[in-house]
Design a protein around this ligand. Structure first.
Ligand code: MN
Ligand code: MN
Length: 295
C-alpha cells in the first residue's frame, strides 16, 4: 500500500514507477569533464529534481499527464569523474542495461559528450536509428583542444558511426566555417541554421523510423536560458520550442532514446533556466511514453 503522507523530493515528481514496470527510464549523468568554457553541468540533474517540484504532472499543451505513464527516475549514474574514457564507458554500460531491458533511456546531462556513449548503446540495438539534434552549436569538429571526444565533437563522432543522411540539426548558429561546410555544402548532415521551422517536415519524412533525440538546451535563447556554459545569442524562444512536442505527439516516428544536456544551473541565479529544462523534460517524457503506447 502506498503511504501518501510522505514523498521523496530527491525524485522527479510523477516519475515514481518501479524500474521493472517502467517504459521510460530517466537518469542523470553529472559529467562536465571536457567543457571548454564554463563548467557546471554536472549539477543539472540535482537542481532539476528540486525545481521539478514546482511543476504540475499534467501538460495542458499536450493533454497528457505523467501520472498516466510508467516512468522511473532511477537516479544518477555513479561515475569515475576525472577519467573521461572510463566515464564514457560507464555511461555506455548504464544505457545498454536500460535498452536491453526494452525500456527507453532518457538521459539528463551533463555536457553534450555524454550523448555519444548513450547513443552508441541505442544504436547497437537499433542499427537504422536517425538523430534529431537541437543545439546552438554545430558540434561537428574533428577534434577540440587536441581531443577527439569533446562536447564540441560529439555529433561528428556520431556521424562517424552512422554516416550521411541520418543526422538532422536545428537551431545551429555557431561553429567553424569547416563545420558549416560539412553540413551545408557537403551535405553530410541536414542543418537548419538559426531556427527550427523545418522540424515538422523533417519529422514527417522520418515516418515510421527509429529516432534518437538529443537536445542541447543552449538552442534556447540566452534571454530565457542563461544557465549554460556556452550561451549563444540568437536562439529560439520557449514558445517556439514548445511546438516540437506537439509535432512529436502527432508524429509516427519511433523515439528510442533521448537526452537533454548542457544545463549549468548555477549560472542562472533565478533558476528559470532549470525550470525551462524541467518543463522540456516533462513534455518530452510525455510524448515519448504516448508515442510508445500508440505502437
Ligand atoms: Mn551547444
Ligand atoms: Mn552541443
Amino acid at each position: 500500500m502506498k503511504n501518501n503522507k510522505f514523498f521523496n523530493m530527491s525524485n522527479f515528481m510523477g516519475m515514481d514507477s518501479s524500474y521493472e514496470e517502467a517504459d521510460l527510464v530517466v537518469f542523470g549523468v553529472g559529467f562536465d569533464g571536457t567543457t571548454s568554457n564554463r563548467p557546471g553541468t554536472r549539477f543539472a540533474s540535482t537542481a532539476m529534481r528540486n525545481e521539478f517540484y514546482g511543476l504540475e504532472t499534467y501538460s495542458p499543451v499536450l493533454d497528457l499527464d505523467l501520472e498516466d505513464f510508467n516512468i522511473c527516475d532511477i537516479g544518477d549514474l555513479d561515475l569515475s569523474i576525472g577519467n573521461t574514457d572510463i566515464v564514457l564507458d560507464e555511461i555506455y554500460e548504464g544505457t545498454k542495461d536500460i535498452v536491453n531491458d526494452d525500456k527507453i533511456p532518457f538521459m539528463i546531462g551533463g555536457e553534450h559528450l555524454v550523448t555519444l556513449p548513450a547513443f552508441k548503446a541505442v544504436h547497437e540495438k537499433y542499427n537504422d536509428v536517425h538523430v534529431l539534434h537541437f543545439d546552438a552549436h554545430t558540434d561537428l569538429r574533428e577534434t577540440y583542444n587536441n581531443n577527439k571526444n569533446s562536447h564540441a565533437t560529439v555529433i561528428k563522432r556520431i556521424w562517424d558511426i552512422i554516416g550521411d543522411n541520418k543526422i538532422f540539426q536545428f537551431g545551429i548558429r555557431s561553429g567553424t566555417k569547416e563545420e558549416f561546410d560539412f553540413a551545408l555544402k557537403q551535405k553530410h548532415t541536414y542543418m537548419e541554421v538559426g531556427s527550427i521551422n523545418t522540424f515538422e517536415d523533417i519529422v514527417k519524412s522520418l515516418d515510421g523510423k527509429n529516432v534518437y533525440l538529443t537536445i542541447d538546451l543552449d538552442v534556447l535563447d540566452p534571454s530565457i536560458f542563461p544557465g549554460t556554459g556556452t550561451p549563444e545569442p540568437g536562439g529560439v524562444t520557449y514558445k517556439e520550442f514548445e511546438n516540437i512536442f506537439k509535432v512529436l505527439k502527432n508524429s509516427n516516428i519511433n523515439l528510442v532514446g533521448c537526452d537533454i544536456v548542457e544545463l549549468s544551473p548555477d549560472y542562472d541565479s533565478t533558476s528559470v533556466s532549470t525550470a525551462a529544462a524541467c518543463k522540456i523534460l516533462r513534455e518530452l517524457s510525455l510524448v515519448t511514453c504516448d508515442n510508445k503506447n500508440k505502437k
